[in-house]
Write a protein that binds this ligand. Structure first.
Ligand code: F3S
Length: 284
């Protein structure tokens, strides 16, 4: 059996940075908490908890030192942190911060901002708070018409389109094409594809591997946005694809019949999860 492991599988720069700085902070502060999961991976969350990190859902429950996770937080959270006089360790990925800055700048310059992303995702909730009053989120093609009507009613003729960093590149292109074709001709659109390079590389590599193997394994948190996108790409290009969090979920007896297996992992999946899956497959 041939096993192909993606070169880009696993931690991206933003996740590695957030985890390393959290470990540093754990050595420095005795009362440290993180607002929400630092990254969307259960193994990472459990490891950090064992090292003394406390996870909270509400900023009001922070006592002294609070970590802002890689996905970033809405403006309102920063105001609350100041009001509560907390010490913040801001580990928002620099690529997400850059999008917040772009959103603020364009909104101040009178643009209507369309953010393409998953509505419930913490990054999208954070980013939209920097987009001012005139903005909309689009997650699916079906929502485009409503947003275009809203823009028409607002009378705004300058539109900026940005994206959640981990959104599907293919879906982003489909949505932006429909918008360009259907928007009033006198509107000016500035398109800024803010899907991050780490996401693009992982999606492209997943596509390349998936179409050349008989079975495809995606490793990562089942609630991780970027991992789920990789699974969707794998599934579209290899009919035998699965998404697992760890090697315990593999059925070795079933896998014996495949001659080639591809492995990819989300940007928040630790190296040890990938290694454990490869070791397990080597048993066949
Ligand atoms: Fe940052 Fe991109 Fe990773 S936005 S957290 S480098 S997926």
């Amino acid at each position: 059996m041939e096993i192909i492991v993606g070169k880009t599988a696993g931690f991206c720069f933003g996740v590695a940075n957030a985890i390393n700085k959290t470990i540093e902070a754990l050595g420095k502060y005795d009362d440290l908490c993180c607002l929400g999961e630092l990254v969307h991976n259960n193994l990472v969350t459990k490891d950090l908890e064992e090292h003394g990190l406390r996870f909270i859902d509400n900023i009001e429950n922070a006592t002294k030192n609070v970590i802002i996770r890689a996905h970033g937080e809405p403006e309102e959270t920063y105001k609350k942190i100041n009001r509560l006089n907390l010490n913040k360790i801001d580990l928002t990925c620099p690529k997400v911060m850059k999008i917040h800055d772009i959103a603020k700048q364009y909104s101040q310059n009178g643009f209507y901002i369309i953010l393409i992303g998953q509505k419930e995702h913490p990054e999208t909730i954070g980013t939209i708070s920097y987009c001012g009053k005139n903005c909309s989120i689009i997650q699916k093609e079906e929502e485009i018409d409503d947003v275009l009507n809203k823009i028409k009613k607002s009378g705004i003729k300058k539109i900026l389109i940005i994206s959640q960093t981990t959104f599907s590149l293919e879906k982003f292109n489909i949505i932006t094409n429909i918008i360009s074709k259907n928007i009033d001709k006198d509107c000016f659109i500035e398109l800024n594809n803010t899907i991050c390079s780490a996401t693009k590389q992982r999606q492209e590599e997943t596509y390349e591997i998936a179409k050349n193997v008989e079975f495809m394994i995606i490793i990562g948190g089942k609630h991780s946005s970027n991992t789920n996108k990789l699974y969707n790409i794998a599934n579209e290009n290899c009919k035998n694809s699965i998404l697992i969090e760890n090697e315990q979920e593999l059925d070795l007896n079933y896998l014996k019949k495949f001659k080639s297996i591809g492995i990819m992992a989300g940007a928040s999946t630790p190296e040890k999860s990938i290694k454990s899956v490869v070791e397990m497959l080597n048993k066949i």
